[in-house]
Design a protein around this ligand. Structure first.
Ligand SMILES: O=C(O)[C@H](O)CO
Length: 446
């Protein structure tokens, strides 16, 4: 799956790191995650260990959205077989399905097809009764792919607000607080549309910490945020929305519009959620891959956030400690982490947080025996076209150039010139970043 593997595999440690990356991305594939979590035997459907008796329902609907929704829909079609009544999902990564309708929408800015798809998802959910089982495949990207702007707000107004929010520096929690208050499907409203049905959400998480209400703006999850919170986000980031948007939010804050449904809403009495893959899924698979190579393997955290170059220094420092004092464990060892780091732009170079992480990491590490790899599991590191990078300080043949590249957010060019970028192409999944630091006990990295 990884291109340029031979170029990247200059030592055994590089090979180990690449195997960890490949195993992590493979484990987070939607079909694999769903396939592992779902099982049907006759009328019994097992979801992540919980048994659902399909004969208790007169129909089974599948509604959802997100980048992985079509892959998830395919698995559901196979597992449900004759029990499936109908379904609609919206995605930007369509796959062939037999009975579930797949609508192709746009990401990261919503489009008309997505709007139409979201409407079809809502209509399908609305036909549910208390005898209906509604299964909701939901994954990252769902917020853009299922727009459903509220009455009075146009798609064009929502598109320009989305663009402003995405470039504002607001967190995904903040962005989705605003989105939830401008949509007829987000913030629990899909579950409300399906009420009083039994609603089971099957989720692939691209949100660090798996806040259910944030993943795809939580269409089936009670929402505690308010119109006032949404207005506060716009104020915090100095965003002036279209007049219709402001009016809608202000009327909502004044109590003239219903809030998104919260935990007290009876719509959630028969809802449940299963996160079937997240950043930890990739880390656990990477750990097994490292162990197969005979390395001790330590998952540092699946929740590393903050400035990429600073996080890298901490990872490199752990590697150095390992080599000098054998703490926290003796080498050879593979340290793994996930989460999502960010980059504060100082220049206009090529790269992304993962490439910047690797460059900062190898510039900090004072040994050839520390190999640093980092990728975005969706195959696209920031605005670049590659997944990330993999290197040791051996490629620092021009330290001055490396320093400038880091200063100008140009790590991508530095690695590209030296064949050290990791290229996967679009992977079909996204469980955030995957970082691998291999610390060998000998100095065979050359
Ligand atoms: O769709 C979204 O809101 C983001 O991908 C987070 O899940």
């Amino acid at each position: 799956m990884i291109q340029n593997r031979t170029q990247l595999s200059t030592t055994a440690a590089h090979d180990v790191a690449l195997d960890c990356i490949e195993a992590g991305i493979a484990a987070a594939q939607p079909d694999r995650a769903l396939g592992a979590a779902l099982d049907r035997s006759g009328d019994e459907l097992t979801i992540d260990g919980s048994v659902v008796n399909l004969d208790e329902y007169t129909e089974v609907l599948v509604v959802g959205g997100g980048k992985a929704a079509a892959q998830m829909a395919r698995v559901l079609e196979t597992v449900l077989g004759e029990h499936l009544t109908e379904g609609v999902v919206v995605t930007n990564d369509p796959r062939e399905t037999e009975r579930i309708t797949v609508v192709e929408g746009a990401h990261p800015s919503p489009d008309e097809a997505g709007q139409d798809g979201a409407q079809r998802v809502l209509s399908c959910a609305e036909r549910a009764t208390e005898d209906t089982l509604v299964l909701c495949p939901i994954s990252g990207g769902g917020s853009a792919l299922l727009p459903a702007p509220v009455d009075g707000v146009s798609l064009a107004e929502l598109q320009s607000l989305t663009e402003a929010l995405l470039s504002s520096g607001a967190t995904i929690h903040e962005i989705n607080t605003v989105r939830k208050h401008l949509s007829a499907i987000k913030g629990g409203q899909l579950a409300k549309a399906a009420s009083p049905a039994t609603v089971i959400s099957l989720v692939l998480s691209d949100v660090v910490g798996n806040d259910y209400g944030v993943i795809a703006s939580g269409p089936t999850v009670p929402d505690e945020s308010t119109y006032a919170d949404a207005l506060a986000v716009l104020e915090r980031y100095d965003i002036t929305p279209a007049a219709a948007i402001r009016t809608h939010l202000e009327r909502g804050a004044a109590g003239d519009r219903p809030e998104t449904p919260d935990t007290a809403d009876p719509a959630f009495e028969r809802t449940s959620i299963h996160v079937l893959a997240d950043g930890f899924t990739a880390l656990a698979a990477a750990r097994s891959a490292a162990e197969e190579h005979g390395y001790t393997s330590v998952i540092l955290s699946s929740r590393v956030e903050g400035e990429a170059r600073e996080a890298a220094k901490t990872h490199a420092a752990i590697g150095e400690e390992t080599l000098t004092t054998g703490n926290p464990v003796e080498p050879p060892v593979v340290y793994l982490s996930g989460g999502e780091t960010t980059v504060t732009m100082h220049g206009d170079g090529v790269g992304g947080p993962n490439q910047e992480f690797v460059l900062s990491g190898i510039m900090t590490a004072d040994s050839d025996s520390i190999v640093v790899g980092s990728v975005d599991t969706d195959g696209k590191d920031g605005a670049s076209t590659v997944a990330g990078a993999l290197a040791s300080r051996v490629i620092l043949d021009d330290r001055e150039r490396a320093r400038t590249a880091l200063a100008e957010n140009d790590a991508g060019s530095y690695f590209m010139e030296r064949g050290a970028v990791v290229e996967t192409g679009p992977t079909g999944t996204n469980v955030n970043d995957l970082r691998v630091v291999v610390v060998d006990d000998d100095s065979d990295a050359s």
